[in-house]
Design a protein around this ligand. Structure first.
Ligand code: MN
Length: 207
């Protein structure tokens, strides 16, 4: 038994022109696939074989196995990230809008904080909107680190800011990619579902 590459929840050209079909084909079909394959190789025959993906990430962290933690984290992070986008994007409404208003002082302040975290993050990583306790927070994590590895941190929304996520479409202009994501790609309905605290399970899988 092994982990699998989850299908994209939309066609490869569905997010164009903000994310091109070529970028999505490579990012999902090559990069995400490679994280799945490497995770399967690292887990095979170990005591972690047969555990679900979130549990593998948490155990790898506890064991100090940074290679597996990053690879398995990347499998989960990408599986979550695809669901964070939808053609057309939009603005948060209802409870999600109210939470952003309460915790950031409005959408513009949230967007500013998220953009700063995504743009300033050095080298490879991810920008996250998470819940810690009842409060929404913007954080960034390095390499394949994942919020599901941390007690009490629950994922709501993420953006991949590794160069492979945007280089073909934006070259070195990471701020333009972040702006396109916030303005045209975020699936706020998916983010709102994650206010129930169960976001980790929405990208989890059993081998
Ligand atoms: Mn990626």
């Amino acid at each position: 038994m092994a982990f699998r590459l989850p299908p994209l929840p939309y066609a490869a050209d569905a997010l164009a022109p903000h994310v091109s079909a070529r970028t999505l084909e490579l990012h999902h079909g090559k990069h995400h696939q490679a994280y799945v394959d490497t995770t399967n190789k690292l887990v095979a025959g170990t005591a972690l074989d047969g555990l679900d993906l979130v549990e593998v990430i948490r155990r790898a962290k506890a064991l100090g196995d940074d290679k597996l933690r990053n690879q398995a984290g990347q499998v989960w992070n990408h599986s979550f990230f695809w669901q964070c986008m939808a053609p057309g994007g939009g603005q948060p409404t209802g409870p999600m809008a109210e939470r952003i208003e309460a915790d950031f002082g409005g959408f513009d302040a949230f967007a500013k904080a998220f953009t700063e975290e995504a743009v300033v993050h050095f080298a490879s990583g991810w920008a996250w909107l998470v819940m810690r306790g009842d409060k929404l927070e913007v954080v960034s994590l390095h390499d394949g680190d994942s919020p599901v590895a941390y007690d009490g941190v629950r994922p709501v929304l993420t953006l991949d800011v590794w160069e492979h996520a945007y280089y073909l479409d934006y070259q070195n202009k990471r701020p333009a990619f972040v702006e396109a994501f916030l303005n045209n790609l975020v699936d706020w309905e998916f983010a709102a579902e994650n206010l129930d605290g169960a976001g980790a399970q929405r990208a989890n899988q059993r081998p």
